[in-house]
Design a protein around this ligand. Structure first.
Ligand SMILES: N[C@@H](CCC(=O)N[C@@H](CS)C(=O)NCC(=O)O)C(=O)O
Length: 233
């Protein structure tokens, strides 16, 4: 195994960055966190563009090996560091099921959730005015995705996705996406997530399985939300 130290580039306000950081911490992976602040000149430097030519976060580097796309990073790290099997099972059929949830995530839950946020609270960041019409459309995608998690991925009384009693990288990727909804006012979030009781229990299960790291990594997001509320008050 290489002796290089893994570098994780990202911003804790970014949901896929948090998933990777929590994964590394829970599994005792040694790494250096390199903060790349979203929407700043941090992503514009030639050094960072050599790592992530698309100028996004997260990314990792291990010596001269670089990788971006959080799902690819999570699965690579799970295999490279030989973490406990439940994160990304060696059994090919079980592994393929985890992969199927990861693939589903990007075009459904993440698609709906990020666009909902961009058309509501994040609109000013993108130089847009909030669009209630677009927000309503993406809220539908988001709610349908939560419904799929509730009725399809959280089978029976299972604690984690795919009927598992321990989390996989898919649990981490999806839950960090949902935590981003803390950016919207509490009453809005409750309106959207409130009906999904299994989803709420599942979030609590992942917190329990990954704490204190889950809370520590999310604190940065909560602090940023609190300070933006103060600035707009
Ligand atoms: N599919 C990518 C998504 C990466 C992504 O969109 N990251 C966001 C932050 S969560 C970003 O860097 N946005 C800045 C931009 O798009 O300019 C992954 O899972 O890593």
């Amino acid at each position: 195994m290489e002796t290089e130290l893994l570098k994780v580039y990202g911003d804790r306000k970014s949901q896929p960055t948090r998933a990777i950081l929590i994964f590394c911490k829970v599994n005792g992976i040694r790494f250096e966190e390199v903060e790349i602040r979203l929407f700043t000149s941090d992503v514009q430097t030639p050094e960072y563009q050599a790592i992530h030519p698309l100028k996004k976060v997260p990314a990792v580097a291990y010596g001269d090996f670089t990788l971006f796309e959080s799902h690819a990073i999570l699965t690579y790290l799970a295999c490279w560091y030989q973490v406990p099997d439940h994160w990304y099972p060696a059994d090919l059929r079980k592994r393929a099921k985890v992969q199927s949830v990861l693939d589903w995530h990007h075009t459904t839950l993440r698609y709906g959730s990020t666009r909902y946020l961009i058309n509501t609270v994040l609109a000013p960041t993108f130089g847009k005015t909030p669009s209630p019409q677009a927000a309503a459309e993406y809220e539908q995608t988001l709610v349908q995705s939560l419904s799929t998690i509730e009725t399809l991925w959280l089978k029976g009384d299972s604690k984690f996705l795919l009927g598992n009693d321990q989390p996989s990288v898919a649990d981490l990727a999806l839950v960090c996406e949902i935590m981003q909804l803390h950016m919207i006012p509490d009453e809005e979030r409750k309106r959207i997530i409130g009906p999904f009781k299994k989803v709420q229990q599942w979030i609590a299960n992942i917190k329990e399985a990954t704490n204190p790291h889950f809370d520590e990594i999310h604190q940065h997001l909560f602090d940023a939300i609190a300070s933006s509320k103060q600035n707009t008050a």
